[in-house]
Write a protein that binds this ligand. Structure first.
Ligand code: HDL
Ligand code: ZN
Length: 428
């Protein structure tokens, strides 16, 4: 029973919540990051940071430079163009631009420089190993999950070279080609010596499982993952349904790992923007419910790209305890929407969700994505707790610590079968 003198006073609540949220380490469940040993796959520093595809999309709205002219530039030439258009000639108001400002300020650099000279000198003074430690410490990140695509030649070469992968860089085995482009995936898997065929059969499914087993043994992934278009339907009469039923689900069962579905992409609506050319669409969450209902013994991680799908995802998670909603993905990772989604998740699901992931592609982004996420989540959490206190509930600080630790790492560790983290602060 909580003693009244331990209770957090209403006037102190916002500060206490911000303190606990800031001090609680995060397990970042979805990123595109790599450890330093992965060489060029490990993106870091100001030229990569400013060339984030979110900023490239925004650049074309503030410049007369055409995509063809832009892509003809070097990486640093592109960064110079983006810096001038979004940070010198205009105010960095967008979330992606404000994020760069957050990173520079937290590194002690001037975000109002007329060019990138100072920032480039700073990064040139660091090794990627030093910078990795610095970023994880500033962002208070204990672990990240990578995105590992066995169909990416550079990634395949890195793993075949037995790149050293530190345990806190957990792996996720990405299966987009298998589930979204079976024709190309079948050819790639065959080329690796597996006996697959365009026409699916139980024997072909077994061969695809053998291919996955080989990569699972190599990567020891914490989950299998796929990004699905907003048109995703389950079941349907495409190879995807059969591959989910005969390959993905049995593999998740056998290896006791969850299946992560990231649903809602509308691919390449503007190919001229390359990686920045994707959009979103409203998805059918009945398909998620059917998968969860058919497979009660399999754990699912789901994030959806449409803001309008979020409420239905919360309701689906109330129906299926093998469904874990996670993150405010991609176009949703903006403070106003993170607050809205986090509020409806707390109201419908309490602390049983994974409120955010960074989706970071560049190491530096962990600094801003988590600073901004913590600010938004603190606001919503404090509002939820303040309603309890206003009703006379004596809320103790250690309860706040317990709830935040559960959402920031405990839920995911339990979901993927990792041991609980040793708590440092939550008893405070
Ligand atoms: O498929 C994914 O994992 C997405 O996150 C894409 O990588 C997307 O381009 C992205 O970076 N979103 O933030
Ligand atoms: Zn991603």
């Amino acid at each position: 029973m909580i003693q009244v003198d331990e209770a957090v006073a209403a006037a102190e609540l916002q500060r206490v919540v911000e303190e606990v949220v800031s001090q609680t380490p995060v397990f970042d469940v979805h990123t595109h990051l790599y450890p330093p040993a992965f060489g060029k796959l490990c993106l870091w520093g100001i030229d990569e940071l400013v060339n984030y595809h979110y900023l490239i999309a925004e650049f074309f709205r503030s410049s007369s430079v055409t995509p063809e002219e832009f892509w003809a530039q070097s990486k640093s030439g592109q960064a110079d163009l983006i810096w001038d258009a979004l940070f010198v000639k205009n105010s960095p108001l967008s979330e992606a631009a404000a994020g760069v400002v957050t990173v520079l300020i937290k590194l002690g650099l001037d975000p109002c420089q007329p060019n990138l000279k100072q920032a480039r000198e700073y990064f040139a003074s660091l090794t990627v190993e030093q910078y990795t430690e610095r970023v994880l410490e500033i962002a208070n990140i204990s672990d990240v999950v990578m995105t590992n695509d066995p169909f990416n030649p550079a990634e395949k070469a890195a793993w075949e070279g037995h790149s050293d992968c530190p345990e806190r860089f957990h792996r996720a085995l990405r299966m987009d080609p298998i589930l979204n482009d079976w024709e190309a995936a079948h050819a790639a898997i065959s080329a690796e010596g597996f006996h697959t065929h365009l026409q699916l059969s139980p024997q072909i499914s077994d061969e695809v499982r053998r291919f996955l087993d080989k990569w699972i043994a190599r990567l020891r992934p914490v989950y299998l993952a796929v990004s699905l278009p907003y048109t995703f339907k389950y079941p349907d009469d495409t190879p995807r349904t059969r591959l989910i039923q005969e390959v993905v689900i049995p593999t998740c069962r056998e290896h006791r790992i969850p299946f992560a579905m990231m649903i809602g992409v509308s691919r390449q609506v503007n190919p001229a923007l390359h990686e920045a050319g994707d959009s979103l669409g409203f998805a059918d969450l009945g398909s998620v419910e059917r998968l969860c209902a058919e497979n009660p013994g399999v754990r699912f991680l789901v994030t959806v790209l449409s803001r309008e799908n979020q409420h239905a995802l919360c309701v689906a998670a109330r129906k299926f305890s093998n469904l874990m909603p996670f993150g405010c993905w991609w176009f949703l990772n903006n403070p106003s929407i993170v607050e809205e989604i986090t509020a409806e998740r707390l109201e419908l699901l309490g602390a049983t969700v994974i409120p955010q992931h960074s989706d970071a592609r560049i190491l530096d982004q962990l600094i801003y994505k988590w600073a901004h996420a913590r600010r938004a989540i603190s606001r919503v959490l404090a509002a939820s707790y303040s309603r309890l206190i206003a009703d006379g509930y004596p809320l103790a600080r250690k309860q706040i610590g317990r709830d935040v630790a559960r959402m920031f790492s405990g839920n995911f560790r339990q979901w993927v079968g990792l041991p609980a983290a040793k708590s440092k602060l939550n008893s405070a």
